[in-house]
Write a protein that binds this ligand. Structure first.
Ligand code: C5P
Length: 399
């Protein structure tokens, strides 16, 4: 039972997804946690305190005090008790109040007193979720160390489709478990640079050349290295992905900007993982004004960009350098040649011919190739691939 002995304070707010809080409560209990529940007054309209009290085997706190006997519900004691305060579902209203330190109900005062980790699973309609105010508030919470459980795309209670629905209880339990499981800080004191995402090469103020990379693999690697205690600088092309906990993101657009940022960050690093899909060519001249169309065909002269990995490979010494190869043909030959020319310690090969591998998807099927061995991994989540890559980095560091 992975949550054995952990104290989880489940905060329930007034969202239609509150019915899922009952399942979540049971899953936490089955995993061994002790669960107490605090609800906002409106949450009672969606799920009864009796249900939550029966499932959690603890009385439910909603008001600051019991009006019948004046018994005080101490938010400070609850905040101290909780190893994790998990707010699921969290409405736009509660998230906004949390971001602004508003404390007009017991759930919010408890949040402000919480000493342990805080996890928030947003639940709202897609337009509310996409609203810049909500997104800004979520970013504020994230920057203060709150773990946000991504809302998946899907059908909403309103009948609309989009992002905003609460993640499934099983996924929330897993996230809490991995947050509370004492990960060995095996990379404490190490610094890593990770490049991720696509670069954007301007043709004129309106058009650009880019590629399909979304950065998911690089972000997963940055998150895994940081979870193991490393200091991670993530040099990232444009993406809508959230910054993983504990990672410093350096935003870049072009290959030139990525080159400058990666070289600077590598100066005092112990290693780098080159995950970005960097443009190999960029327009030789960038027009200052929007290029007008004519009846003729058009040619854009391209010049080579720096190969960032090759440059880092030249100065790496005994530091670690990991690369990626995304191939469509002669995969092994190309990967082995890159391993040598770019001076990688090992290269992660993925083929666009494999189903479930490559751009945008959450899974990947890779082979880890070094100078003396090759490991073919099955199709797995990008998070698990990141774990395998981080394990291998540790093995090299401990040699
Ligand atoms: O040669 P190719 O682009 O296939 O090599 C892929 C590897 O090299 C990846 O690790 C990628 O991040 C890195 N790379 C780079 N700078 C470039 C091109 C590729 O760091 N300009």
């Amino acid at each position: 039972m992975s949550l054995e002995g952990k104290h989880i304070l489940l905060g329930v707010t007034g969202s239609i997804a509150a019915y899922k809080a009952a399942v979540l409560c049971r899953l936490l209990k089955t995993a061994g946690a002790e669960v107490k529940v605090v609800m906002t007054p409106l949450a009672r309209e969606f799920i009864t305190p009796l249900t939550m009290a029966t499932l959690s085997k603890n009385p439910i706190a909603v008001e600051f005090y019991n009006p019948e006997n004046g018994d005080w519900h101490s938010h400070i004691a609850m905040g101290e008790w909780a190893d994790c305060m998990l707010i699921a579902p969290a409405t736009a209203n509660t998230i906004a109040k949390m971001a602004n330190g508003i404390a007009d109900n017991l759930l919010l005062t408890t949040y402000l007193s919480a000493r342990g980790r805080v996890v928030v699973a947003p639940a709202m309609d897609c337009d509310m979720f996409a609203h810049p105010a909500t997104q800004h508030n979520i970013e504020i919470l994230r920057s203060r160390g709150v773990t946000i459980i991504e809302s998946p795309e899907g059908e909403l209670a309103s009948g609309l489709r989009g992002k905003g629905r609460m993640a499934e209880p099983e996924e929330i339990r897993e996230a809490v478990e991995s947050l509370l499981s004492e990960k060995k800080k095996s990379l404490q004191g190490k610094r890593f640079v990770v490049t991720a995402g696509a670069t954007i090469e301007a043709i004129d103020p309106v058009r650009f050349i880019s590629n399909h990379s979304t950065g998911k693999m690089g972000y997963a690697i940055a998150g895994e290295l940081a979870a193991r205690g490393a200091e991670v600088r993530l040099v990232s092309g444009r993406t809508s992905l959230p910054v993983p906990d504990g990672v410093e993101r350096i935003d870049v657009l072009s290959a030139e900007e990525m080159y400058n940022a990666a070289v600077a960050a590598f100066a005092d690093a112990d290693g780098a993982v080159m995950c970005a899909a960097v443009a190999d060519y960029t327009p030789a001249e960038v027009s200052k004004v929007k290029i007008k169309k004519s009846d003729d065909d058009m040619y854009i002269r391209l010049k080579r960009t720096h190969d960032i990995a090759t440059e880092l490979g030249k100065v790496k010494g005994n530091r670690i350098l990991v690369g990626f190869a995304l191939e469509t043909d002669d995969e092994t030959v190309h990967a082995e040649s890159k391993l040598a020319t770019k001076n990688f310690d090992f290269i992660v090969l993925n083929s666009l011919r494999d189903k479930g591998a490559g751009f945008g998807v959450d899974t990947n099927k890779v082979s880890l190739i070094d100078r003396s061995s090759r490991e073919d991994l099955p199709l797995m989540s990008k998070r698990d691939v990141a774990v395998r890559i981080a394990d291998r980095i540790e093995t090299i560091l401990n040699r």
